[in-house]
Design a protein around this ligand. Structure first.
Ligand code: SIN
Ligand code: CO
Length: 392
């Protein structure tokens, strides 16, 4: 959806850039630059003692899995049989089910629920917010896991509690999938490397690497810091649909004045085929509209996300971006939760600062333009931003 902040031309001295802290312990002493150049999307990296916590508890994870607004899966292995069920479950059921060996609970989007887990995701902002997805947290009883598989996304597997043995292998040339199981599991997985991860250890895997993690005790909890990479066809479809939606009123109708009577009534007219090709090409070649639709698409909140409008009075104090709110910007436009705002003059650096810091402090709020103050007020009312002292 497109919205416009009123135009103002004054400039301010504020800079929107807020460089993300280098995550040196996270990367085993490598700078983000060195990591991106050598490992990112290229090869796995094992980091011992990447992070010292604090870690969420199993009780907190079970409490999340009992909620109907949280996506959770339970995986149970019985001999060679696998069972997959989707939450929510009662905590009593979870505690009982957790007694069996080879069980695993996986909860998506924990970064939007717990500040300590959000802080872990924040450490990876050097990759860029457009690529960040979420933190999935799993708990498993001894022998528990999801079987050998591969993901199409980069992932950092951070051991939070207990121990897990990870076995990995390079991307298979022609992956073969196991039949008759409710999970996508590889057949013939042959590990080339294996490690036991202790609390604080982390394993980075590029997309496509086969991996298999098995819990070694009943404390095992793993954070999966996941990234997203749009798939070309799906992205093209979404971008074109958004563009088509926006431009519907101004779009031309097909005409065929001068057409001759059809001798083969069922034959598709070549002029109609060219009309379709031209229409698609025009949408694709409108680079500004593609960028606009891309920003809206990438900031669309995850499914099931729900923002509670703020009830409390807010009087221009400091604000934070809600953990589930997605924010990006480009040279012209600020994107927030699927909406786009053209940035003008002095508004731009404040909006950029809000996006990069994911917050505006008390002093920032004193300096912002009237446009930005008004926009912030509206976003706070929607629950997209939260007063800085509030949870969210
Ligand atoms: C898990 O935490 O059990 C699975 C994580 C993964 O393999 O991506
Ligand atoms: Co995986």
């Amino acid at each position: 959806m497109r919205c416009v902040l009123p135009k103002r031309s004054t400039q301010s001295g504020v800079t929107g850039a807020a460089p993300v802290q280098a995550a040196s312990s996270w990367l085993g002493g490598l700078t983000p630059k060195a990591f991106m150049a050598t490992y990112w999307q290229q090869q796995p990296l094992l980091v011992r003692q990447a992070h010292g916590g604090p870690w969420m508890t199993r009780a907190q994870l079970f409490a999340l899995a009992a909620r109907d607004d949280v996506e959770a899966r339970w995986v149970q292995k019985n001999g060679t049989q696998w069972q997959l069920t989707h939450g929510p479950w009662t905590q009593a059921w979870l505690r009982r089910a957790a007694q069996s060996p080879a069980a695993s609970l996986l909860v998506q989007g924990v970064d939007t629920q717990l500040a300590s887990v959000r802080a872990v995701l924040e450490a990876f902002r050097f990759v860029g917010d457009a690529r960040l997805d979420d933190v999935m947290v799993s708990w498993a009883s001894p022998g528990g896991g999801v079987g050998p598989h591969l993901d199409h996304y980069d992932v950092f597997l951070l051991q939070a509690r207990g121990q897990r043995r990870w076995s990995i292998a390079p991307p298979p040339v022609t992956p073969r999938w196991r039949r008759g199981v409710p999970l996508k599991q590889l057949v013939g997985f042959q590990a080339t490397q294996q490690w036991t991860l202790q609390p604080g250890d982390m394993l980075y895997l590029p997309p496509g690497w086969a991996h298999h993690g098995v819990s070694l005790d009943d404390a095992c909890m793993t954070y999966s810091i996941g990234f997203r990479a749009p798939q070309a066809r799906a992205l093209a479809l979404d971008v074109l649909l958004r563009q088509a939606d926006e431009g519907e009123a101004a779009s031309a109708w097909y005409t065929d004045r001068g057409a001759v009577p059809a001798s083969e009534p069922a034959r598709m007219p070549a002029t109609l085929q060219r009309f379709a090709q031209h229409a698609v090409k025009r949408l694709a070649q409108d680079h500004a509209a593609v960028s606009l639709a891309l920003g809206e698409s990438l900031t669309e909140p995850k499914p099931h996300t729900w923002f509670a409008p703020t009830q409390r009075a807010w009087r221009n104090g400091a604000v934070r971006v809600h953990a589930a709110t997605r924010v990006l910007y480009d040279d012209q436009t600020f994107f927030i939760n699927g909406e786009s705002y053209r940035m003008h003059g002095a508004d731009a650096p404040w909006l950029m600062r809000l996006a990069n810091q994911r917050a505006l402090g008390v002093d920032d709020m004193r300096g912002v333009t009237a446009n930005v103050r008004q926009a912030v007020k509206a976003w706070v009312a929607q629950g997209w931003l939260v007063p800085a002292d509030a949870l969210g």
